[in-house]
Design a protein around this ligand. Sequence first.
Ligand SMILES: [Zn+2]
Ligand SMILES: [Zn+2]
Length: 70
Amino acid sequence: MLCWQCEATARGVCRFCGRALCREHAQQMPFVLTVYIGEHQTPKAVVVADVLFCGECKPQPEPIAMPELY
Ligand SMILES: [Zn+2]
Ligand SMILES: [Zn+2]
């Protein structure tokens, strides 16, 4: 697999969109695994720090509601 940006050998893939990335182009970003309602009705997020990110895609900071699926 080759890097999406420079075609060097990829070391991993973007957690958000799946593009392959070499070490040089891999960026890091926290990844929101899940969000739940904690005590006092406060939404809480389970976050994985420093997952691979390509810098190209635009992950939203929070999950997007998709009411049309229901
Ligand atoms: Zn690269
Ligand atoms: Zn990406």
